[in-house]
Write a protein that binds this ligand. Structure first.
Ligand code: SAM
Length: 309
């Protein structure tokens, strides 16, 4: 793998350990990236085990096809379509699912993908370049209030109003079509500076989350995964910012809570049972991993196991 095509896998051992791999089990790596987790899952599977990988990104899928292992298959799809993907493969249930959310290093490092404010390139930001509008197309037509809301809600940016205004003013002169242009507009509109943080960080995160519908796809995937997990099967999710972690945390908490109807005279065995059991506390990367890979700093791994109901 060429250096620019490498992804430094976050919480590799922790996430794969959390899946408690059964040698003959069927597993899903719903965010293949460059396959760091997938390779370790395959190493722990026996001859009859199976791993299905998904990724929205055609370049990730192309990298996956190079794995060449009869136990492994890859599908170019969003994990929001997981139930349909598995149905087409004839699979009714699985023994574990991994979600390692967000963007990969190859996506960030390739200026042509337009994800990075550090590298000047066309303002694209789509994970799946085969569909949807680019960031440049969206910024050309979105209203000022729409831009403001996206930057405020998905970037948790307090200067969203000023940034949206600056973008709309700038596009009157010339369309905003490069990452460099957007970073410069945002940099001029944000008046304060955070230590070790580029002023464009929140805006780029916001536009990326919005264009790729990252939170919506996560919200669609979780209930499908719950239905697909066999009793005793595990779900492991690594999230990288509070917006996605909040969705995961709430979903797991709700599914791990048995809703006991108040004042109903039920016997113990008649009580509603929780569908998930939370496994351990949220896991963060070690100081050693963060020193080697700063991206691990914001990672949180949450794990749950399907109960028998
Ligand atoms: C953090 S990387 C995964 C890295 C991988 N675990 C590894 O070790 O190489 C996230 C990957 O998930 C993909 N992705 C993000 N949202 C997705 C979605 N809704 N459906 C499928 N893949 C998605 C991205 O394209 C990216 O390749």
């Amino acid at each position: 793998m060429a250096a620019q095509d490498a992804h430094e896998t976050v919480l590799l051992q922790e996430a794969v350990d959390a899946l408690a791999i059964r040698a003959d089990g069927v597993y899903v790596d719903a965010t293949f990236g460059r396959g760091g987790h997938s390779r370790l899952i395959l190493a722990r599977l026996g001859a009859n085990g199976r791993l299905i990988a998904l990724d929205k990104d055609a370049q990730a899928v192309a990298a996956a096809t190079r794995i060449g292992d009869a136990r492994f298959s890859v599908v170019h799809a969003s994990f929001a379509e997981l139930a349909g993907v598995l149905e087409r493969l004839g699979l009714e249930g699985v023994d574990g699912v991994l979600l390692d959310l967000g963007v990969s290093s190859p996506q960030l490092d390739d200026a042509a993908r337009g994800f990075s404010f550090r590298r000047d390139g066309p303002l694209d930001m789509r994970m799946d370049t085969s569909r949807g509008q680019t960031a440049a197309q969206w910024l050309e037509t979105a209203s000022e209030s729409e831009i403001r809301e996206v930057i405020r809600d998905y970037g948790e940016e307090r200067f969203a109003k000023q940034i949206a205004k600056a973008i709309v003013a700038a596009r009157r002169g010339a369309p905003v079509v490069t990452t460099g242009q957007l970073a410069a507009i945002v940099g001029a509109a944000v008046r304060t500076r955070e230590k070790h943080k580029d002023p464009a960080t929140r805006t780029f995160q916001a536009v990326r989350i919005y264009l790729n519908q990252e939170l919506a796809h996560l919200s669609l995937a979780l209930p499908q995964i719950l239905e697909l997990l066999k009793p005793g099967a595990r779900l492991a999710v690594i999230s990288f910012h509070s917006l996605e972690d909040r969705i995961v945390k709430r979903f797991l908490r709700d599914a791990a809570r048995a809703d006991v109807p108040i004042r109903l005279p039920l016997r113990e065995r008649e009580l509603p049972q929780a569908r998930l059991r939370l496994i351990g506390k949220p896991v963060r990367a070690s100081a050693q991993e963060i020193a080697a890979n700063p991206r691990a700093r914001s990672a949180t791994l949450r794990v749950a196991e399907r109960t028998g109901v």
